[in-house]
Design a protein around this ligand. Structure first.
Ligand SMILES: [Zn+2]
Length: 251
């Protein structure tokens, strides 16, 4: 075994693993439309794949818990197939998972997030559950810190959903979810209400994704590549590994 993946283990294997495991990684994804060229499972699949890679690097100190394959996606509901949780539901799911795993002796948790729309809820979950359950809960957006690779490979000003970044990550981590022959650029609604509500604007607020893009994606997926995916994922993993070593007992 070169990574502890809870779903694949028997209880005696888990019992042995708990001798060294200090942190449980809980992958958190979404089930939402990703334009015409990626499957709706994208964020869950990528969060799980990143978690497994990180667990390999940090073996035998971490274990990967089952993936939460849905997240906070009300803004995608106007496209067919999206399923959204309410923020309270996601926090309650995490509360029950953390409570269960704490009973088995794990006291540190990393919510490995594949979906930007989950970030505010995971921030609340990490604060609330840390206080309430006397554990340490952290959260991370899978590849958000891969700054050098973004500089090199991301050309769109507006990106972050089924774009050159995310499709490249999928080409590297889970090519089966990409429809390579259907890749297209985001069909952006210029001058929409959404432009005044983006991060960095004086006020932010809710808008539906179809107010911003007609085909459900932003950025330019036609620029995605396996090489970009490898650069982004490996740079992000370096950062995550270093950060995790600091919260593990052994440096
Ligand atoms: Zn996504």
């Amino acid at each position: 075994m070169n990574a502890y993946i809870l779903a694949d283990m028997t209880w005696p294997e888990v019992k042995d693993a708990l001798e060294t495991v200090e942190v449980a990684i809980i992958p958190v994804g979404a089930h939402e439309q990703h334009g015409p060229h990626m499957a709706e499972s994208c964020d869950a699949v990528l969060a799980e794949a990143m978690s497994k890679k990180l667990a390999k690097r940090l073996y035998p100190s971490v274990i990967v818990a089952p993936t939460i394959a849905m997240g906070i996606s009300p803004h995608h509901m106007n496209f067919p197939g999206t399923i959204t949780l309410r923020p309270d539901t996601l926090i309650n799911l995490l509360r029950d998972m953390v409570t269960s795993l704490k009973q088995h002796g794990i006291n540190k948790f990393l919510f490995m997030n594949g979906h930007g729309g989950n970030q505010p809820t995971l921030s609340v979950a990490s604060t609330t559950l840390t206080q309430e359950l006397d554990v340490e809960c952290y959260y991370a957006k899978t590849t958000a810190t891969a700054k050098e690779a973004f500089k090199k490979h991301v050309t769109s000003k507006l990106y972050g959903h089924s774009c050159e970044r995310e499709v490249s990550e999928a080409l590297y981590l889970a090519p089966h979810i990409v429809r390579k022959e259907l890749l297209e650029r985001g069909d952006i609604v210029e001058g929409g209400r959404w432009e005044g509500l983006r991060p960095g604007q004086p006020i932010q607020g809710y808008y539906a994704y179809d107010e911003m893009t007609r085909n459900g994606c932003i950025g330019d997926a036609t620029k995605a590549s396996l090489q970009a995916g490898e650069d982004i994922v490996e740079e992000a993993l370096e950062g995550l590994t270093g950060a995790m070593r600091r919260i593990l007992k052994q440096q």
